[in-house]
Design a protein around this ligand. Sequence first.
Ligand code: ATP
Ligand code: MG
Length: 467
Amino acid sequence: MEPASRQFDAALRIVRELQAAGYEAYLAGGCVRDLLLGREPTDYDVATAASPDVVLGLFPRTFAVGAHFGVVLVATGGAADASAEAGAKLGEPEYLVTEVATFRSDGAYSDGRHPDAVRYTTNAEEDVKRRDFTINGLLIDPLRVGNDLGSAVIDYVGGLGDLEAGIVRAIGHAEERFLEDHLRMLRGVRFAARFGFELAEGTKAAIQRLAKNTEAVSRERVRDELTKMLTEGQARKAFELLDATGLLAEVLPEVAKMKGVEQPAQYHPEGDVWVHTLGLLGQLEAGVPLTLAWGALLHDVGKPPTFRRAPDRIRFNGHVEVGVAMAAEICRRFRFSNEDTHQILALVENHMRFADAARMKTSTLKRFFRLEDFEQHLALHRMDCMAGSGNLEHWEFVRERWMAMPEETVRPPALITGRELIAAGYKPGAEFKQMLRAVEDAQLEGTIETAEEALLMVKDRFPVTGS
Ligand code: ATP
Ligand code: MG
C-alpha cells in the first residue's frame, strides 16, 4: 500500500533527504495511526534525530515557527517527481508545508500545560515516550513502506497491539502523564470516540481521579477539543465518555445537570433531558458546522433550572430565555468569537418557534426565514424532533414554505426610506423606525407594492403633526 497523496510524497522526500544526510527520520504520531487504520491522514508529521539547526540548513525553504519546541516547517514543491529544491520556490502556489520535529524529551511540567523545558535527543524511543497515547506513539519509515506497512513500523510503546484491540492507553504511568498535561484527558476521550475505541482500564480510572484538574487548562483549548468531539461524527459516544469519566461535570456542568431531569412522556417518550440531548448528538454528522453542533448540545440547557411539576404536567416555563442566558455565559467562558456566539444563541433562542409557524403572519414567517443560516435552524429542529416524538409535521411545513419562498420576497428592497418621509413633511425622530417597520410589514404581507402605496399608508396611520 503506497498512499499517493501529495502530502505523503512531500514527507517522504524530506525523510529521504534527512536519512541521506545521516540522520534517523520517520513519519510519526497521528499519521502513522491513521495509515494503519486505513484512514486518510490529515497531515504527515516527520520526526528526526537532526537538530532544528540542521533541518534549517538542509532545506532551502524553512520556517522556524516552533523552533523552541524543535519544530521546523519545511516547504516543498508538491509535484511528485520534482526534487525538494526544485519545488520549493516560494510564490509557487503548489508548495506544501510539512512539520519536521526534532526528537525530544520534555522536561518537568509544573503548570499542567507546558513542559518547563524541552531537551533534544537523538533517541527515537525517548521521543515517542513523551507522546500521549500508545496509538499516537508509532513511527514508520516511509522508505520501507513498500507492500507491507506493518513491517515498516517501529513500536516502542505497544501501540500496534492497542490499535488492533481498539484501545486508547496512556504511554507510561497514566496519572503522571495526565498530571503533566491535563488536556490529554480530553484528547483521550476524543480519540476513543472518533475511532470507536475503549479507554484502557487504568487510563480511564486515572481520568476519573484527575478530572477536576481540567480547571487549569485554558478555556480555548478545552473548547477546541469539545468542538472536535462534536463535529467528528461521534459526538454521542464522546459525550457519553465525558460523562463516564467525570469530565463532563468539570467542563460543562450545565450540561451534566441535564441528567435525571424528567420530561413529560407524551412529548418526550425517549426519557430525560440528557437522554434527549444525546439523541441529538447522535445525529451530528462529521463536518457539521460547529455552531449547529453547539446549538444542538445547548438547545435545552435552560431546562434543568426551570423544571417544575405543575398540576397538569411537568413544565419548563421560560427554558428558552434561561437557556439563551446560560448559553451566552458558556460561549463567553469558552471565548467563542462574536459571530459563532451570535449563531449558537440564535439557535437556542428560536428552537421552539417551529411549532408556531403555521399560525404566523406571513411577515413574521418571512422575518423568521431571515435568520442567518436558516438551514441550521431547520436542521436543529429536525434533530430535536427525531430525538423525541419523531413527528416531523412542523419541520415539513416550515421547510416547504422556506423552499417555496424566493429570496427577493423574504428580503425585498425597502419601498421607502427616511428620506421620503422627510420629503413628505415628517420630522426625523424615533417614530421613523415604527413607520418604516409598518411599511415593511405591509410589504412582506403583500398588501402594498410601491413607494406611493407606502406613503399613502404612512400618511393614513401617522398623521403629520404641526410643522
Ligand atoms: P489529529 O488527527 O486529531 O490531528 P493527531 O494524533 O495527529 O490527531 P495532533 O494534535 O496533531 O494529534 O498531534 C500530533 C502528535 O503529537 C500526536 O499523535 C501525539 O503523538 C503528539 N501529541 C499531541 N498533543 C500531545 C499532548 N498534549 N501530549 C503528548 N503528546 C501529544
Ligand atoms: Mg494531527
